[in-house]
Design a protein around this ligand. Structure first.
Ligand code: PA5
Length: 474
């Protein structure tokens, strides 16, 4: 088993760095260590109920062999892959593409992409955007991968209808070769379609929710289609699994992260900023924002409303946008910088021409040096103004290290959910909106089990729900 490479530096969140009011005091830190150890034990014991924990190590669950076989069979056949999915069915994949493919992937020539397809992750139903994407791809050379765990999300289903119509009209008999379905093994509308039409499909395993599904075929299949080393990704996550299963606080990065985040949330820091100093990792912050918000923003059984609000930022870009607020506005945030030590390349800064005075201090340096100096300066300045600041340090952005980060943050979220006393894995607040959208779009008939969908039990039919929404004046 390979070792993990990422480090978590949390000293900037302790009272010794930012003072007793804004940092965690030694006593609080000690209590958090005990509390998180108990939570780690609990989530380890609950492992049979949380199969996403086994995705890195259980090949049957991840379906890695089938994913790689399918990708191999498709080599050279497609110029574009269009993924249609939303939320947990899209954000993990986008994070993988941004982190593990060169920047501007879709703009590179086929040669520079080594003939691997471009990737379009369509996670919205903005008609202008969807229509523009359709203009850019040739259906005869495009693979459409529809991803929906529930197999019924209106946004994804509407995209699916458009893609289905398109391939049937443009391709003729072979249209089935242009569709891959990723959905639940039994539930929802998509599985019966896949079976009836004998479409290629993958399973979102039972008990693996959207936002915890990036290491299942939801992320693995389209990522492998564009040449990402998904085995390396799983190996990184598997290595991290060992680290975050341990009840030894000194080594368990996820427990340390949860202790900082929830410890400070309880000390009036309800906002949690993740700020990568790496363009490659910027969509990891976007993925994490959903993971953290949808998992932890909940009404507790005792009626308390809980949940830290995640904010994504980008270094250095947001130094010129947000950092004024971060340093001098309300001291109600905890910061996590994602720091990368080695970049794949560097850009040296040439000497300034004689006529350009005042830029001598940049001469002989490089963009990497400037980037790292900005990161260090921001971390220092935040701590100086008593803002608790931590860093997740990544030696290099590789499939292995990205697998480590994703898995660590998933387990951190799970521990945080235990600390907050909520169900990390449901999303009644999202479900209610999904049902209401279907009602407004004309769905009829009984609503099966309304309370499991975040609706008051008096809503028995979609007609009744639509009527109520329309009368509400919303
Ligand atoms: O994380 C989640 O559970 C959600 O964000 C879902 O992924 C999102 O709502 C899409 O759902 P589905 O995959 O069922 O279409």
């Amino acid at each position: 088993m390979s070792k993990t490479s990422i480090r978590y530096e949390y000293r900037g969140a302790l009272a010794a760095a930012v003072g007793n009011a804004d940092g965690l005091t030694p006593g609080e830190w000690q209590n958090l260590q005990k509390e998180t150890a108990a939570c780690v034990q609990k989530i380890n014991a609950d492992r049979p109920k949380t199969p996403w924990r086994d995705l890195p190590t259980n090949r049957k669950l991840s379906q890695i062999a089938a994913v790689l076989k399918s990708v191999k069979a498709k080599a050279g056949k497609f110029d574009d892959v269009v993924v249609m999915g939303i939320g947990g069915s899209a954000l993990g994949l986008t994070a993988l593409k941004t982190a593990l493919r060169p920047p501007f992937w879709n703009l590179l020539s086929p040669r520079a992409r080594r003939k691997q397809p471009r990737l379009w992750v369509m996670d919205n139903v903005d008609p202008e955007e969807f229509a523009a994407m359709l203009e850019l791809v040739d259906p005869r050379r495009t693979l459409f991968n529809v991803i929906s765990k529930s197999g019924e999300t209106a946004e994804t289903m509407s995209q699916f209808l458009v893609a289905l119509d398109l391939v049937q009209k443009c391709i003729g008999k072979q249209w089935r070769r242009h569709l891959v379905i990723t959905t639940d093994a039994a539930k929802g509308i998509l599985r019966p379609v896949a079976e009836a039409e004998a479409l290629e499909s993958f399973v979102v395993p039972n008990g693996v929710g959207g936002r915890f599904s990036v290491l299942s075929p939801v992320g693995l299949f389209p990522a492998a289609m564009i040449g990402i080393d998904v085995k390396g990704l799983l190996a990184g996550a598997a290595a991290m699994d060992k680290v975050v299963t341990s009840t030894d606080f000194a080594t368990n990065l996820a427990a340390q992260g949860a202790a900082v985040q929830i410890g400070l949330y309880r000390k009036d820091k309800p906002l949690s900023v993740m700020m990568p100093y790496s363009a490659a990792l910027k969509d990891v912050a976007d993925w994490y924002r959903q993971l953290w918000a949808e998992s932890l923003g909940k009404t507790r059984p005792d009626g308390a409303l809980v949940g830290p609000t995640p904010i994504k930022a980008l270094g250095v870009t947001d130094q010129h946008s947000q950092v004024q607020l971060y340093r001098e506005g309300p001291n109600n945030k905890v910061f996590t910088l994602l720091a990368v030590e080695k970049f794949a390349c560097d850009v040296p800064l040439p000497d300034a021409p004689e006529s350009l005075k005042g830029l001598e201090y940049l001469e002989g340096h490089s963009m990497k040096k400037l980037f790292k100096a900005e990161e260090k300066a921001t971390a220092w300045a935040l701590v100086l103004s008593k803002r608790p600041t931590t860093s997740l340090v990544v030696p290099r952005v590789t499939p292995h290290s990205v697998g480590e980060i994703l898995y660590m943050l998933e387990v951190q979220t799970s521990i945080a959910g235990e600390m907050l006393g909520i169900n990390t894995y449901n999303q009644p607040g999202v479900e209610a909106g999904k049902q209401a959208t279907m009602a407004l779009m004309g769905k009829t008939g009984p609503i099966p089990d309304p309370s499991s969908k975040g609706l008051p039990s008096e809503f028995k039919t979609y007609e009744q729900l639509r009527d109520t929404i329309e009368k509400s004046g919303a």
